[in-house]
Design a protein around this ligand. Structure first.
Ligand code: ATP
Ligand code: MG
Length: 582
């Protein structure tokens, strides 16, 4: 697929000078040692993430700056300065300490995106806990599996959600405290292990002697998105903050005057690394919107708060495209100056749509729960090649390895995407799965599980998950390439592509396609989409079968679950579906 690059022009003519001015030079000169000096360390090389994101700012003019603009789905709004959040999280940390929570205990949140969730997570870090945020849309089994896997001690939730998971609480013997956040103050009986968040906060002091955790002490447990199988509990240590801080500065290009909005929920790693740690460690004001997706609602948030930097995901961008350009045109989006995307491959069509309709192309970047922070990215200063994930972050050595994961392959050749191990936010283990963790490394390389290519100029191009790549008549075809071609068809909103077994050619390509509003499935449309695909793709990559569907199965973080399309197609067990968006 060939698209013209999106040119960036001269740096000194840009309205805002990017934090990264010279990629090649920065790549040469970047040292984690220098990043380390920009953060505040305790004696003996100790560091606590919550101190970096809140308390250290209290000693500077940032103390009264608004850290959080919160807007609920019903239009309620609240704002909190860095000082407010520092004191509130101190209170919560005091409460946890009083309840007997100790360094290393697992402290989970299971609630909507309200300020209390952010206060709880930061308070949990202050007391030395290992924090685990869960999506409020999880069902009882999804909650149980995760809390049981890592023997969580504390759960912070709401009356409605705790009632919804009542049946599994007895199966969680390690869980000794359930803290109930009752924003609406509806009468609620605090029986068993339950205590009131508001009661604890009223009694607690604003002052807290923060746990001086070691840089290697565990800080966060994040369960992966479950796109390829059962979610794994990924562990990050306190020094991960160096990665969040540096990438928020140089990739998301956050500047002191920015109003930043990351649309991700903390239940997905993007919602913590870049919905808490990256922006606040840089002293940036951010918006948190408590509602779900809605094109009109999202544009209203941008216009109301005059959001300047926006970080979202391909699935959301595709839904905005589906909603139609006129919805975007009805809102004042001129405050935006920089837009980024992560989570799935970003179709070239979506990059170009951003440029045409919003006036800014989306900058794709790639990373995983395991990597903790962005590893490959498009930067403000570099031309965008639509469909490419960009170039490795300065501190990162990325490579494409051969089938044995031993040798690097030449530019243009497809292989395993690997990263040279050893960056601060790299995961420390998979909880309870040491062998699986170890199997992800080969020599000096961390093997990501994704396949990709690198071109002559060092841009990386995503091909597919190693599990998803289709072998058809000896050709390896990545689903992303086929899906991207299909969604360029004017009637197609979303496409999910899988290989189904075939006696002759190993696998044939099948595409599940959902249509934009105003289009109806028909044989004629199917033929037209096939014809269209033939013009865009090599013959081997053209879908043999197309099935119209009303929507695709996606994870709660918005990723197409191709394994589920495949299991359903072949009548096989569906496996873990805890992260499926209903
Ligand atoms: P699981 O590991 O449970 O199957 P998951 O891999 O989807 O779930 P995450 O850690 O949230 O869980 O996602 C990381 C993966 O998302 C990457 O390995 C990659 O496949 C995909 N991804 C993220 N960003 C991009 C991107 N910009 N382009 C292409 N793929 C991306
Ligand atoms: Mg994964």
């Amino acid at each position: 697929m060939d698209y013209d690059p999106i040119k960036k022009g001269k740096i000194d003519e840009m309205p805002v000078q990017p934090n990264l001015l010279d990629y090649e030079r920065a790549k040469e000169e970047f040292r984690w040692e220098d990043v380390k000096k920009e953060l505040d360390w305790f004696d003996g090389g100790k560091i606590n993430i919550a101190y970096q994101v809140l308390d250290r700012h209290i000693k500077t003019p940032l103390r009264d700056k608004i850290a959080l603009y919160w807007e609920s789905k019903d239009g309620e709004s609240e704002k909190y300065s860095f000082l407010d959040l520092s004191k509130l999280s101190n209170r919560f940390a005091n409460a946890l300490r009083k309840l007997g929570v100790r360094k290393g205990d697992r402290v989970f949140t299971y609630m909507d995106r309200t300020p209390e969730q952010y206060i709880s997570l930061l308070g949990g870090l202050k007391v030395g806990g290992v924090i685990g945020p869960l999506f409020s849309a999880f069902g009882p089994d999804a909650v149980k599996d995760r809390l049981a896997d890592c023997e969580a001690r504390v759960l912070i939730t709401t009356p409605k959600l705790v009632n919804a998971i009542h049946e599994v609480l007895e199966e969680l013997p390690a869980l000794d405290t359930i803290i109930i956040v009752n924003r609406s103050k509806t009468p609620y009986d605090l029986e068993d292990k339950k205590v009131s968040y508001e009661g604890l906060m009223d009694e607690a002091s604003d002052e807290f002697d923060i746990e001086k955790t070691d840089k290697e002490d565990y800080a966060i447990i994040h369960y992966t998105s479950g796109t390829t199988g059962k979610p794994k509990g990924v562990i990050h240590a306190h020094e991960a903050i160096m990665g969040h801080y540096a990438t928020a500065r140089y990739v998301l290009d956050l500047h002191p005057e920015d109003i930043y909005w990351c649309t991700a929920d903390p239940g997905w790693v993007t919602g913590t690394s870049y919905g808490i740690f990256g922006p606040w460690s840089n002293g940036i004001s951010q918006v948190i919107y408590g509602g779900g997706f809605g094109a009109g609602a999202w544009y209203r948030v941008i216009a109301k708060y005059k959001v300047t930097v926006w970080y979202t995901a391909p699935t959301a961008i595709r839904m905005l495209m589906k909603a139609g350009d006129s919805v975007a045109n009805n809102h004042d989006l001129t405050s935006l100056r920089y837009t980024c995307s992560v989570g799935e491959p970003l179709n070239p069509e979506a990059v170009l749509w951003g440029k045409d309709v919003i006036g800014l192309p989306f900058h794709d970047n790639w990373w995983q729960t395991e990597t903790g922070c962005i590893q490959i990215a498009n930067y403000p200063i570099q031309d965008i090649r639509p469909g490419s994930m960009g170039k490795p972050f300065m501190a990162v050595t990325a490579a494409i390895l051969d089938d044995n994961c031993e040798k690097e392959v030449p530019p243009g050749q497809e292989g395993h995407l690997a990263l040279k191990a050893g960056w601060p936010s790299m995961f420390r283990t998979y909880w309870n799965k040491k062998e699986l963790y170890e199997s992800r490394f080969k020599g000096e390389w961390y093997i990501t599980g994704d396949r990709a290519t690198m071109d002559e100029e060092g841009y990386f191009w995503f091909v597919g998950r190693a599990d998803d790549v289709i072998n058809t008549g000896g050709h390896l075809v990545g689903p992303f390439e086929v899906e991207s071609a299909l969604i360029e068809h004017p009637a197609v909103a979303e496409a999910g592509v899988i290989g189904i077994p075939d006696p002759l050619v190993m696998e044939v390509i099948k595409a599940f396609v959902s249509l934009k509003d105003g289009h109806e499935p028909s044989d004629e449309l199917m033929r037209d989409i096939k014809r269209f695909a033939r013009k865009k793709l090599l013959a081997a990559a053209c879908p043999r079968q197309i099935e119209f569907v009303s929507g695709l199965p996606v994870t709660k973080s918005g990723k197409i679950m191709r394994r589920l399309l495949k299991a359903r197609e072949l009548g096989l067990p569906e496996g873990d579906t805890s992260t499926l968006e209903e």
